[in-house]
Design a protein around this ligand. Structure first.
Ligand SMILES: *Cc1c(COP(=O)(O)O)cnc(C)c1O
Length: 399
């Protein structure tokens, strides 16, 4: 019998979405005449933009022609796609070398796989609440996690403790699940702290396209010194509706060089290149062409229309929370609204209450960490009419 990776026994929250589905199905079965409104899932609903579809169709045709057929591509990604991303950053005022960009099938894979580059005795700082991938991927390889509390008291934007040393820091901004977004000054403090501690920041910017204030940083590389201490993960999932199409990218600057215990220099860029070349054979040519189209000026203009549709939903939810005096975070630079469960309810009680009273399904904050136990996440990824109707039901319930 093989010895198993028993770290899997330590994984928690396996049942969050299963439990939501179970309770929802039970309710629907008992109440078939009461239609549900689902504002729970973190998945987009609007279809791909025209320019993306054109690129997809055209690339499919190329694959059917012996003159333009493509086999294995470069493991790091096609230059066209990497350059399109680098140009997109430039238009946002951030300089990133196309050579430092690695194309992947999504940010979940990369944020999960990055543990391959690090040893197992690091002090790893992860916020609570958090996107569960950071916690689970570290748990799976037996790493210890040090949690940093994100709470209403710090506006869900925890800052470094300068008296404590850490080696790795996970930051997601704008945040899933809380919707909170760091400003430049706050991220500068994290970068300065990381450099002082020779720590590496693992920065997840999956929601950067939802930032509407030009003063807020959309990339960690908008911060001075970040190339010496940060890896950035991003995704086309929320930016361009690619949750089913699958494409993301990771930026590993060549400046990230550290010393091994034997004194040899090790480059994280070279290591990630080696890791990807060994365990990943590249993102489909068809998808990379569509991704390049996303990052063109016309592509971004089309994607922005979809994002604005979601932002309008977020605004409707946020306005309703304000009107009802329910304390909330996010909604402005994020598709998520993270609200404090009214009347002292805990998150699962709130889930059942909303399901039973107004047939609105959301996500209990408890699924994202201890600090989410009295919070609840709604998303703006639903359609406009349902969002308006859900908020009308909220008004009747909590007025
Ligand atoms: C949705 C999401 C991603 C994107 O994951 P993909 O694998 O690219 O679809 C990454 N990070 C966070 C925090 C997310 O919520």
């Amino acid at each position: 019998m093989p010895k198993l990776n028993e770290n899997f026994l330590k994984l928690q929250n396996n049942y969050l979405f299963a439990e939501i589905a179970h309770r929802t199905a039970a309710y629907t079965e008992a109440n078939p005449d009461k239609p549900l409104i689902r504002l729970g899932i973190g998945d987009v609903t609007l279809p791909l933009s025209d320019i993306v579809l054109q690129a997809l169709h055209q690339s499919v045709d190329e694959m059917g022609n012996s003159g333009s057929f493509k086999g294995y591509g470069p493991e790091q990604g096609y230059e066209k796609t990497r350059t399109a991303i680098s140009d997109y950053y430039k238009r946002n005022g951030v300089s990133v070398d196309a050579d430092d960009i690695f194309i992947s099938d999504g940010a979940k894979s990369d944020t999960g796989n990055i543990t391959d580059l690090f040893g197992h005795d690091n002090i790893i700082l992860i916020p609570d609440p958090v996107y569960p991938v950071y916690v689970d991927s570290n748990t799976m390889c037996g790493n210890q996690i040090t949690y940093i509390s994100a709470t209403a008291e710090n506006d869900f934007l925890p800052m470094p403790d300068h008296n404590q040393h850490v080696d790795l820091i996970y930051i997601c901004s704008p945040n899933n699940p809380t919707g909170a977004c760091y400003n430049k000054k706050q991220l500068q403090e994290w970068v300065d702290y990381a450099i002082a501690n020779e720590a590496v920041i693992l920065f997840d910017s999956a929601y950067e396209a939802f930032i509407s204030d030009p003063e807020l940083p959309r990339s960690i590389y908008a911060i001075e010194g970040a190339k010496k201490c940060a890896i950035e993960f991003c995704s086309l999932s929320k930016t361009a509706g690619f949750t089913g199409t699958r494409c993301g990218y990771t930026i590993v600057p060549k400046e990230l060089v550290f010393r091994a215990s034997n004194g040899e220099e090790m480059s994280l860029h070279a290591m990630w290149n080696r890791r990807q070349s060994t365990k990943y054979n590249g993102t489909a040519y068809i998808i990379q062409n569509a991704a390049a189209a996303v990052f063109s000026e016309e592509g971004m203009a089309q994607c922005r229309k979809n994002i604005q549709y979601y932002q309008r939903n977020a605004q409707i939810i946020a306005n309703t929370m304000t009107e009802l005096g329910i304390r909330f975070y996010g909604g402005l630079h994020s598709p998520y609204i993270w609200f404090e469960c009214p009347n002292g309810m805990d998150a699962w009680t709130c889930f059942d209450y909303l399901l039973n009273q107004i047939q609105v399904v959301g996500t209990p904050g408890a699924g994202f960490g201890e600090n989410g136990k009295n919070f609840f996440r709604l998303t703006s990824f639903g359609n406009y009419e349902n969002t308006v109707e859900a908020m009308n039901r909220f008004r009747k319930l909590f007025c």
